[in-house]
Design a binder for this molecule. Sequence first.
Ligand SMILES: [Fe+2]
Ligand SMILES: [Fe+2]
Length: 278
Amino acid sequence: MTTNGVTTEELMQIALDLVGFGAVPGDSRVYVPGRGIRRIMAAIDVDVAELRLAKDLGYDCFLAHHPNPATLTYPEVLDKHVDLMVKAGVAPAAARKAIAALKEGAAFRYHSGNYDHLVSFARLLGLPFLNIHNPLDELGRRRMQAAIDGHLRADSKVSDVVAALLTIPEIAAAPTRPEVRVGSPDDRAGRVVVAHGAGTNGGYEVAKAYFEAGVDTVVYIHVDYGAAQRLRADGRGHLIVAGHIAADAAGIDPYLDALEAKGLEVTRLSGLGLAKRR
Ligand SMILES: [Fe+2]
Ligand SMILES: [Fe+2]
């Protein structure tokens, strides 16, 4: 495969296979298809300048993580919060209610976005371009939950969850640290759920639903200040943020390693590869 390079569809399939997904989720897409790809520029974020740079530097493909306004089906992925909540013991109706405003807000935002901006420039440059978001966030979620489950005992504290997250090289190498945003590091951690891999963080409503279902500690990768303030005012549960870019990198790096193992050349930018440069 690698002597002739890969296609954009094969790049997507490799990510789906790593997490056992049967279909491309709504927040991931091939915008400009291509074949014979050997050199890949990989970045968490992308704009037109980065596409131009990739073309100028002779890359065959741009691989981004975050979705862009062309990914109009993005709001579907927020339903994955429901699956995660129900698995953790939240009643299905309460779980759906907890994401209703989040989902509608995303639908409003994506409907008004410029779906052709980035894609039209990639097309003009003749640069194959895709983004892979949810499969790699799911990979990161599994890594974080496994690190926590393997590290904690019955009497572990919230600070031990932070220590568990720091066993992941991408999180340890980041300039940000995992932070306890709600509750005290000295409290008992109790039941810990990593609520990630569902489009974006669940804000106030999703964390509250977990706490009401008996989850003691929720891990997001990021949270708004306002949502944290509301949760603090409720005086219940603990919320840890792993660090946005650090946790994204923790899900993306294993995938890029898999591409390199197939003989592809990958340049990691925009928050990727920090753990390797240490
Ligand atoms: Fe992500
Ligand atoms: Fe992200």
